[in-house]
Design a protein around this ligand. Sequence first.
Ligand SMILES: CC(C)(COP(=O)(O)OP(=O)(O)OC[C@H]1O[C@@H](n2cnc3c(N)ncnc32)[C@H](O)[C@@H]1OP(=O)(O)O)[C@@H](O)C(=O)NCCC(=O)NCCS
Length: 188
Amino acid sequence: MGSYLTTERMTLRRFTEGDLDDLASLHRHPEVMRYIDDGRPVARAEVERQLERLLGEYTALPAGQGAFAASALSSGAFLGWFALRPATTPGLTGGTELGYRLLPAAWGRGYATEGARALVGYAFAELGVDRVVATTMTVNTGSRRVLEKAGLTHVRTFFEDWPDPIPGAEHGDVEYALTREAWASQFA
Ligand SMILES: CC(C)(COP(=O)(O)OP(=O)(O)OC[C@H]1O[C@@H](n2cnc3c(N)ncnc32)[C@H](O)[C@@H]1OP(=O)(O)O)[C@@H](O)C(=O)NCCC(=O)NCCS
């Protein structure tokens, strides 16, 4: 199966229907979901629907966008995913949205930074996008740090009217962004 991107320690590739078990193990993990959606683990039946949507994105989205499964080059172990999509998260207006979600066993080893930097570079250098954006909860310190290490900067803190707010939502969400010009001056 062709890889989408290879980084120093990871290979990223398109998801397939055979990835349901790995995706379910990621999305059912309470620590992984702590700052995402309603903050609750996702049931397998819902992950099955999520996987179908992810697969559909490979044809529906602009070329090179969607969510990509990340595995360790050394062992082949599934680590999680990285994504680039036209921004749709409430509060964002335009841009190409960066996202990531890794298994706790992979945390604290620089994988998120490595993957985020690779996707940002790919978005600007290969896909020709103008602006990479991201949001996370204000209290999601790890995710904010990953965005900063990938070159994005804090644009604003904002408050959405979430239907089922989770602990920490009272501090709002943060938007980060990086323009093509700023990326070129930092990294190209
Ligand atoms: C957030 C997440 C992607 C970080 O992944 P990771 O591979 O551990 O991140 P890295 O190892 O690249 O660390 C990047 C930086 O963030 C810091 N960091 C990571 N997790 C942290 C945490 N929980 N609290 C504080 N800092 C943290 C690291 O120390 C590092 O900064 P440093 O180099 O200045 O020390 C991972 O914890 C995760 O998948 N969480 C669940 C899903 C999620 O919240 N996704 C983002 C939704 S918007």
